[in-house]
Ligand binder design. Structure first.
Ligand code: C5P
Length: 239
């Protein structure tokens, strides 16, 4: 197994109704997946204990809670989350510089703090129409990513589509996490509007790919491993 490729793949642990089912999936796929994402669903169901259980499996955790609140609340919450020592957790960049700095202050360097730009489930027309944004979506995302960098965050979550514009304008070591990834033969969820293949996302500069339903939606372990092997094959062309 190519570890360099494995480290780029983050599996979203969504849709599990027990910790055992989630841990089973981790054991099944950790040879092909470098990091596992605990989102709002899993965290709300099972609490911080699930993070410790994942760490006990020897895997890295991305805690995707997308914090967005007044700076003091975010600082205090980040301080609590810092005890979990996850590899990454995130806050909404639209919470502003003061809120992002507060997250860093609370975290105290225990995890990387990443800024969420614009969710990949937004399509450009509805995003601009519903929120009254006059800028093109990618310019808006760049603005948020620059804000995250200025606040001291170590990376952003964005769509692979925006990377062409973001990469040259942000530091070399910035982390770019891209959801909205379809598998080599499977698709991301139908609600994802800006969807890319793994190789295309990495060619555009993604450092980590978040993949959920394209793997978890498959009926059995054999299909999931086969799909991940196709993804590894796809990535080996560009890594
Ligand atoms: O199933 P799918 O591959 O679409 O899953 C994407 C995952 O990435 C979900 O867990 C979702 O919460 C998360 N995510 C996202 N867009 C972001 C940040 C996280 O879709 N901007």
């Amino acid at each position: 197994m190519n570890e360099r490729i494995r480290d780029r793949i983050c599996l979203a642990l969504d849709g599990f109704d027990s910790t055992e089912a989630a841990l089973e999936r981790v054991r099944e796929l950790k040879s092909h997946v470098g990091m596992f994402k605990v989102g709002l669903e899993l965290y709300s169901a099972f609490g911080p204990g699930i993070v410790q259980m994942l760490h006990d499996e020897g895997v890295k955790v991305f805690l995707d809670l997308k914090l967005h609140d007044i700076p003091k609340t975010v600082e205090n919450t980040s301080r609590v989350l810092s005890r979990l020592k996850v590899a990454l957790f995130n806050v909404h960049a639209s919470g502003g510089t003061e809120m992002m700095r507060a997250a860093l202050e609370g975290c105290g360097g225990q995890s990387k703090v990443i800024g969420v730009t614009v969710l990949t489930s937004w399509a450009e027309t509805s995003f601009r129409g519903e929120l009254g944004v006059s800028q093109p979506l990618d310019t808006y995302v760049l603005g948020l990513a620059k804000l995250a960098e200025q606040a001291g965050l170590q990376g952003v979550v964005c769509s692979a589509q925006e990377l062409e514009l973001l990469k040259p304008n942000l530091p070399q070591d910035f982390v770019f996490i891209t959801p909205g990834i379809s598998g080599s033969s499977t698709r991301a969820g139908a609600d994802q509007k800006r969807v890319f293949t793994p190789a295309k996302a990495v060619m555009n500069g993604a450092t980590h790919l978040v993949i959920g339903r394209a793997i978890n939606g498959l009926p059995g372990a054999r299909q999931r491993i086969e799909e991940l092997e196709l993804i590894h094959g796809d990535l080996s062309r560009v890594l």
